[in-house]
Design a protein around this ligand. Structure first.
Ligand SMILES: [Zn+2]
Length: 393
């Protein structure tokens, strides 16, 4: 079974029954709607929009790591206080969330409210516009989580729905979670660069260590989850030469593209843990012409190896997000981090703190660009004796 098939099997665009809370008990598609069911499932009017919008986000996240260059989107169709249809966008090239949810709802979509985590599209791409699907299904109103920053959508979806007599409102209270869901897509749309997250592991005395905490790279571990969610991972040639390439062990995960930075290499770079059949899963960015083993790995010789053109190149290739896996303080990646804050090249930082003390003679184990600054929206958690911190630049 090939890996794309594995991905598809994990991406059925319907909610698994076990994840549906009592409030999302479904209306039987062919009649049988009872008063008791209606009462049980009726949410308080005040938090109804928020409840359904959070469900849209939950549905959308089922396709994490699969939708680039498209955003993750979830959709819930609600009629008379009951969920009659649900859907999400499983991957680029496949129908959008609204189409799956409307199919799921069938005739019950008529006079219903459609909740969508992102403004419906109004243009012909690889699939017809979702606005037309909603109009055809005769929904009564549409609640969107946020407007689409894509200039070819940008409020035109909302205008089209309104011109067809559909009432449209933005769910202001959940806009923040809808934005966070697609922070990478939004960043790429607005800047033309991939959203970059810097990840590293520190010892208790603040040194960068080439280790991953216990269980972090196993299913459910933070590192395995990050690799699932990011479209690419930037690693140094040193890491590619000496250790296995980072892999997500999450069910149905699509592995990230490996972006290998090779500075000052001699004529040849060997990547021993990459099979020739998987050569297309890696690209090497280098400052001098080199031969790469296995054959078939794309090599780009850049005039100047710096983060800005790399992030632009990755965005052009359809990557919304990239994880810089920073394993050694003095390596090739450190030079990429010069001015990362001033030039807004890195958006997020994830730091794992291990309960170890590391001493390495003659090497400066610190790193960090050229400017001091406080991080924003910092969150932390403790898993298996490691402390994980994340914050925004
Ligand atoms: Zn659409």
């Amino acid at each position: 079974m090939d890996s794309s098939l594995v991905s598809r099997l994990h991406l059925t665009p319907r909610a698994a029954a076990s994840t549906v809370s009592p409030c999302f008990a479904r209306l039987p598609v062919s009649g049988g709607r009872g008063v008791a069911a209606g009462l049980r499932c009726q949410a308080q009017a005040g938090d109804r929009d928020g409840l359904y919008m959070r469900r849209c986000v939950e549905l959308a996240r089922k396709a994490a790591g699969h939708t680039s260059p498209n955003p993750m989107v979830g959709c819930v169709i609600v009629r008379d206080g009951l969920v009659v249809g649900e859907g999400f966008h499983p991957k680029a090239g496949e129908p959008h969330a609204e189409v799956f949810a409307l199919r799921d709802a069938g005739d019950l979509a008529e006079k219903a409210t459609a909740y969508v985590s992102l403004e419906p599209c109004n243009h012909y791409g690889r699939t017809p516009p979702c606005t037309e699907a909603l109009i055809k299904a005769k929904v009564k109103d549409v609640v969107v989580g946020m407007t689409d920053p894509n200039p070819i959508v940008a409020s035109k979806g909302i205008e089209r729905l309104q011109s067809a007599g559909i009432d449209v409102r933005v769910c202001a209270e959940e806009e923040a979670i809808c934005r966070k869901l697609n922070e990478a897509y939004i960043h790429r749309m607005l800047t033309g660069k991939a959203f970059a997250t810097l990840r590293t592991t520190l010892s208790m005395n603040g040194a960068v260590v080439n280790q991953i905490g216990s269980g972090a790279d196993q299913p459910g571990g933070y590192y395995s989850q990050l690799l699932k969610e990011y479209d690419g991972v930037i690693i140094s040639s040193n890491l590619a030469k000496t250790t296995t390439l980072p892999i997500s062990h999450e069910a149905g995960a699509k592995q990230p593209l490996y972006i290998i930075i090779a500075l000052g290499e001699n004529s040849q770079l060997n990547i021993p843990f990459l099979n020739e059949e998987c050569a297309s899963e890696a690209i090497v960015l280098t400052d001098t012409p080199i031969t790469v083993e296995p054959a078939g790995v794309e090599v780009s010789v850049l005039d100047r190896i710096s983060l800005e053109p790399i992030l632009q190149l990755l965005a052009q290739r359809g990557l919304c997000s990239v994880l810089m896996d920073f394993r050694e303080a003095g390596g090739d990646l450190a030079s990429l981090l010069k001015n990362f804050q001033e030039e807004k090249l890195v958006q997020k930082v994830v730091v794992e703190l291990l309960p170890v003390w590391t001493v390495s003679k003659g090497i400066d184990l610190s790193f960090g660009g050229s400017q001091s600054f406080p991080l924003k929206d910092v969150e932390h958690k403790e898993v298996n004796g490691i402390v994980l911190l994340e914050g925004y630049v």
